[in-house]
Ligand binder design. Structure first.
Ligand code: KIV
Ligand code: ZN
Length: 517
């Protein structure tokens, strides 16, 4: 274990491999322009090293690394290469215009990889590793070496390889848990042993590169940091080969949030850029971020349970260990759903600008709970509609003066409508699919609001032939949905009144907006 508590500040280098290992994620391929856009955002994020690709892999990759090297200043730009000359030459060529370029050479050191994949004995691996690092050093001072599958490699052999590549000039030695096999305690011990057993280790930075096959990529990386690793290789949103790589945002925010554990350690990441970067990567790779993903998932700062919402309203830190603003997330949000309680509803109503009496609140809460049982989430528009139905008296901006319709088997349904607005009278006529439709179309012509009738229902509220008919409608205009109600012994009149009632609501009330949203 590394001794700490000396008050010394220690930077943890963030090596982002979204554009290389992240892009190896099945289905996440990126074009050169998209890679450049992401690289520019990673520079704004403050990544120390950007692994922009594997230049020998394809002409597209070569171009992308070149483009990033030429255009992105600030971070070190890195290209990956196997331990052979053509790979290293391609990386050198791709990085020619980089202000600071790094060649990352790798070679497997585990028995299984050496025997079945490489078909090479230990001596040959040792020779190739040393030789390729030396060759890469001809082109840059900044050479990184990765013994692939290090966590499954025989320790003594691994230590010898590390010593040899440092001697050959590697400035960073990266310890990959290539298949995500390690568990935190073991991986931490491995880093500790490397520090103890590799005699020249002080001449290189120890890096780690953890995959997430057992969901332990971040835990293994952090345990390695606690044991002396000073560079972490990671990807945005945890993208990467198979189950992905350790996620950048989780590593960075853990180090920042748990300063009590990661004493004196910090990263150069501007955490306020995290969500923006995550969204860009998701958009350009087409890889959707799961809603409950730590730090960047859309639910990461949303609370639904009544008890939690109550707690957050009293003191945010009861249920939040990070400030959403610190990762560039809009803000804490209390989701109104079936688990929410009165406190959250009251808070939302206040923010929407409604000051209700206790009796009114009781009514609204009841309706809210009924709706929440049917809907996953109750939105501001739903609350406004409930308030309109239960409490608000909507002024009659337009009132119905007269309506006349003609329809029949051989007549085109037509309506003539006369409306009053203050002292003015408006009249117009239109055809429709039936008398009610013709009425609605005429009203649209007069008011100038184009509505879509979403729901229409008619019921008799009294008995007998002269029963009073009540019409309820739901209409949508400009992305707003409102309801309307009208009653009359004439069902066409009831329909026109209901439709007009909905339009008056649209005119009376602007869409609700929560203060501060
Ligand atoms: O997972 C791995 O071992 C790698 C190396 C190339 C570093 O991606
Ligand atoms: Zn990898």
């Amino acid at each position: 274990m590394v001794k700490r508590g000396t008050g010394k500040k220690e930077k943890i280098i963030i090596f982002d491999t979204t554009l290389r290992d992240g892009e190896q994620c099945p289905g996440a391929s990126l074009g050169t322009k998209e890679k450049l856009e992401i690289a520019r955002q990673l520079a704004l994020l403050g990544a120390d090293v950007i692994e922009a690709g594997f230049p020998i892999a394809s002409p597209g990759d070569l171009e992308a690394v070149k483009l990033v090297a030429r255009n992105v200043k600030g971070p070190v730009i890195c290209g990956l290469a196997r331990s052979n000359k053509p790979d290293i030459d391609a990386a050198r060529e791709a990085l020619r215009l980089a202000r600071r370029g790094r060649i990352h050479v790798f070679l497997a050191t585990s028995k299984i990889h050496m025997k079945y994949k490489l078909r090479k004995a230990e001596g040959e691996i040792l020779r190739l590793a040393r030789q390729s690092v030396k060759y890469a050093r001809r082109f840059t001072d900044d050479v990184e070496f990765s013994p692939e599958d290090a966590s499954r490699s025989e320790r003594e052999f691994l230590f010898r390889v590390l010593e040899a590549v440092i001697q050959a000039g590697a400035k960073t030695v990266n310890i990959p848990d290539t298949v995500g096999y390690a568990i935190p305690r073991q991986f931490g011990q491995l880093i500790s042993q490397i520090r103890e057993r590799v005699p020249n280790i002080h001449k290189a930075v120890i890096s780690v590169h953890c995959h997430n096959d057992l969901g332990l990529g971040v835990s293994n990386s952090l345990e390695a940091v606690l044991n002396g690793a000073r560079q972490v290789e990671c990807t945005m949103n945890g993208l990467g080969e198979r189950a992905g790589n350790a996620s950048l945002e989780e590593i960075v925010m853990t180090i920042k949030t748990r300063k009590d554990v990661f004493k004196g350690m910090y990263t150069g990441i501007n955490t306020r850029q995290i969500c923006k970067t995550s969204r860009l990567v998701s958009k350009l790779t087409g890889m959707i971020v799961q809603p409950n993903k730590a730090i960047v998932g859309q639910n990461a700062f949303r609370h639904e349970a009544g008890i939690h919402q109550h707690g957050v309203l009293r003191k945010r830190t009861t249920y939040e260990i990070m400030r959403p603003e610190d990762v560039g997330f809009g803000g804490t949000s209390l989701v109104l759903g079936k688990h929410s309680g009165r406190h959250a509803l009251e808070d939302r109503l206040r923010k929407l600008g409604y000051a209700l009496s206790k009796a009114e609140l009781d009514k609204i809460f009841l309706r809210f709970k009924e709706l929440a049982d049917k809907k996953k989430e109750v939105f501001n528009e739903d609350i406004a509609a409930i308030i309109e139905d239960e409490i608000l008296v909507v002024p009659e901006i337009y009132s119905l003066e007269a309506v006349h319709t003609s329809s029949g088997t051989k007549t085109i349904p037509t309506a003539t409508v006369r409306l009053r607005k203050g002292n003015e009278i408006f009249q117009d006529a239109a055809c429709g699919d039936g008398p009610v439709d013709a009425c609605c179309k005429t009203i649209d012509r007069i008011t100038g609001i184009q509505c879509e009738l979403l729901e229409y229902s008619l019921k008799a509220v009294t008995g007998g032939k002269d029963a009073l008919g009540e019409v309820n409608v739901q209409v949508r205009a400009k992305n707003r949905v409102v309801t309307g109600r009208g009653a009359s012994t004439d069902i066409i009149q009831a329909s026109a009144k209901a439709y007009l009632n909905a339009i008056n609501k649209l005119l009376f009330r602007k869409p609700p907006k929560v203060k501060g949203e």
